[in-house]
Design a protein around this ligand. Structure first.
Ligand code: CMP
Length: 133
């Protein structure tokens, strides 16, 4: 079934001029870009977007990083979009991400892992509503 998911291209990837390369990979893998937005995350949006992580030991660093530069948000559509995008993105820890995945190519670490991809259709709907208000 056709579904939607959210991709965020994080500050480490935008700073390295990898927006085009990442969007090109996404399009080459059968996704249609439905909406696109270049923006910065403030603290309030970070707390709402990453609500499940607020209070965890890594959250202050995650928040600082996500507020440190430009982010691209993309609503992507295809069959099984959530699962297919997470396959293309790879493991959260860039060092463990399979060869050829976005994080293996453009991530630096677990925190600076180049992109975020929604983990379920429910998360996708929640995250899309937060970013594309
Ligand atoms: P993301 O897909 O954006 O969802 C939550 C983010 O938290 C995750 O990618 C990582 O960048 C970050 N994260 C998760 N676990 C850790 C960790 N142990 N240390 C640092 N960052 C983490």
């Amino acid at each position: 079934m056709e579904e939607k998911t959210l991709l965020l291209i994080k500050p480490n990837a935008t700073a390295r001029n990898k927006i085009g390369a990442i969007l090109s990979m996404v399009e080459s893998n059968g996704f249609t870009i439905e909406e696109l937005k270049l923006f910065r995350m403030n603290g309030d949006l970070a707390d709402r977007f990453y609500a499940e992580h607020v209070g965890k030991d890594f959250y202050p660093e995650l928040k600082r990083f996500m507020m440190s530069g430009r982010i691209v948000g993309a609503i992507l559509k295809r069959e099984e979009a959530v699962v297919k995008l997470r396959e293309l993105v790879g493991n959260t820890d860039s060092a463990k991400a399979a060869l050829g995945t976005i994080r293996s190519l453009y991530g630096q670490s677990k925190g600076e892992n180049a992109v975020h991809a929604s983990d379920s259709p429910e998360s996708a709907a929640r995250e899309i509503a937060l970013i594309f208000t």
